[in-house]
Design a protein around this ligand. Sequence first.
Ligand SMILES: [Zn+2]
Length: 300
Amino acid sequence: MRNFRHRLLHPLVLVTALTFVLSGCSSTAAPQEPQTPPSVETPTPPKKEEAKPKEETTSPPAETLKQEQPEQPQKAKPTETKSGEKPSAGQPPELSFPDIEVVGEPESVAVLVNKQRKLPESYQPNDLVFPNVPYLLPEKSEKRKMRKEAGGALEQLFAAAQADGVQLAGVSAYRSHAYQKALFNRYVKKDGVEKARTYSAVPGTSEHETGLAIDVSGKDGKCAAMSCFAGTKEAKWLDENVEKFGFIIRYPEGKDAITGYIYEPWHLRYVGVEIAQEIREKGITLEEYSGAVPVSTPTN
Ligand SMILES: [Zn+2]
């Protein structure tokens, strides 16, 4: 019965997801159309534009490796006004994105967060741990953290890779909402909001804020979070094995019209073994999976 439903729904889901990406529409589930003009968000950038940051949330990789960014954004800047009545010159106004839907179950391991769906403003995972695996990050870095279930699975995944002669390292996992906000605002200041949205995740829409996602590289850090990671021994191992540990390659090759992101063989997302294996077997994305089994529908 379940398979039958999937067969029926897949083409519809695909077309719907494609429509979202191209139109910037928030959701068919929304009770009414947003009152604001449709988003002019640029679709996935062409692959040849190497100058732009590739990854939706990571700082440029060289920066990540050479000098760790401050873990917490500065809380009080001298020019900032709390009242909001008189915004200081040079400070961007508080940004809002009415075209982005807020997810209902942010704590679910199956939560779908993407360019159309964001975490609630106040959401912070309450079970973050430091997975005991090698990282290309300082020992106490907050970016090592993952939610407990995902972190345990990551340790098993790294151990299995090691047993196969593949040595992995974590590049970047959890990203706090405050950090993502500071990062995005920095890009907005530099390039303006519309351009910033083409290469950096709007606060709340980064999977790294769920505590369920991690960027992984080889232990040498070569091509960390860069397109040249594709085709490496480590990337091949991940592609063949992650679902056994409950992870998926979240932004697969050729699915950018659905996910909104170009191929990222390094970005792993934990969804649990059952869902990961179903997604793998069917060759679908989390978007397609979620469309067939809506988050709001109770499941077993
Ligand atoms: Zn990532």
